[in-house]
Design a protein around this ligand. Structure first.
Ligand SMILES: NC(=O)c1ccc[n+]([C@@H]2O[C@H](COP(=O)([O-])OP(=O)(O)OC[C@H]3O[C@@H](n4cnc5c(N)ncnc54)[C@H](OP(=O)(O)O)[C@@H]3O)[C@@H](O)[C@H]2O)c1
Length: 247
């Protein structure tokens, strides 16, 4: 198990893709901190599932978009666990709308959560990683950051921004043996996509060469690869997990 003895933080780890990532990170041997912001029950459920499988997990509530909360929370993790070695920036939200009608507050909320949140967490986590001369960071971006999507300019801008952040951080941290990579999911079955109508889901499937939506486990598998020993020489890359819908 390549993460035995390591401590990992998965932002938005309580539900959906984040929950599947927590499971895989725990299966690799890490002590997992499950982050959430508003739904403690989901976080408790994830913790229980990990513990039932023999893993070690703790819950940490904070808003990734709030610099003070991020600093406090990451300080708490390092104090309790001794270090923070793995960070998966997964927390994300959507507030869709066409540009002409998009409220400035919806632009700000999506950029702050999906992009600034990753910057704040990486900045706070990098201190422990630099000290230990080892670290793994994975940023969960999206196919939308590459293809664009009408009605999602805030989300697409944040997710495209994460790609630039990933590559620049990879260059800054490589000399300290910290790798930084991204995973770009396509359409994955979670609460985020459950509001799409049957009709829209059928339309999406027709655009996917593998003709199905993905599962959180499909994404978690890619994250596990990037965190594991087999990816020790991989940094600054984005792995696409999208059934072929964008190549
Ligand atoms: N689902 C897809 O098709 C898809 C495709 C491409 C990329 N992605 C990306 O994958 C990631 C996970 O998506 P998902 O579908 O699993 O989402 P989800 O089911 O809606 O879960 C979102 C998670 O993020 C947490 N969260 C939201 N805002 C937060 C904040 N400000 N601070 C801390 N945690 C916060 C939520 O916690 P609470 O429950 O406590 O609010 C929850 O744990 C996102 O970055 C998303 O953009 C998803």
């Amino acid at each position: 198990m390549s993460l035995t003895g390591k401590t990992a933080l998965v932002t938005g780890g309580s539900r959906g893709i984040g929950r599947a990532i927590c499971h895989r990170v725990s299966a690799l041997g890490a002590h997992v901190y499950i982050n959430y912001v508003s739904n403690p029950a989901a976080a408790e459920e994830t913790k229980k599932m990990i513990q039932d499988a023999g893993g070690r997990a703790d819950i940490i509530c904070f808003n990734v978009a709030d610099g003070e909360q991020v600093q406090e929370a990451l300080k708490q993790i390092v104090t309790e666990a001794g270090s923070l070695d793995v960070l998966v920036n997964n927390a994300g939200i959507t507030r869709d709308g066409l540009l002409a009608r998009m409220k400035e507050s919806d632009w700000d909320l999506v950029i702050d959560t999906n992009l600034k949140g990753a910057f704040l967490c990486a900045k706070a986590a990098s201190r422990s990683m630099m000290k230990n001369k080892w670290g793994r960071i994975v940023n969960i971006t999206s196919v939308i950051g590459f293809s664009g999507n009408a009605g999602q300019i805030n989300y697409a801008a944040a997710k495209a921004g994460l790609v630039g952040l990933t590559k620049s951080m990879a260059r800054e941290f490589a000399s300290r043996n910290i790798t930084v990579n991204g995973v770009a999911p396509g359409y994955i079955v979670t609460d985020m996509t459950s509001s799409l109508s049957e009709e829209i889901q059928e339309k999406i499937k027709r655009e996917i060469p593998l003709a199905a939506l993905g599962t959180p486990e499909d994404v978690a598998g890619a994250v596990a690869y990037l965190l594991g020993h087999d990816a020790r020489y991989v940094t600054g890359q984005v792995l696409h997990v999208n059934g072929g819908m964008y190549m």
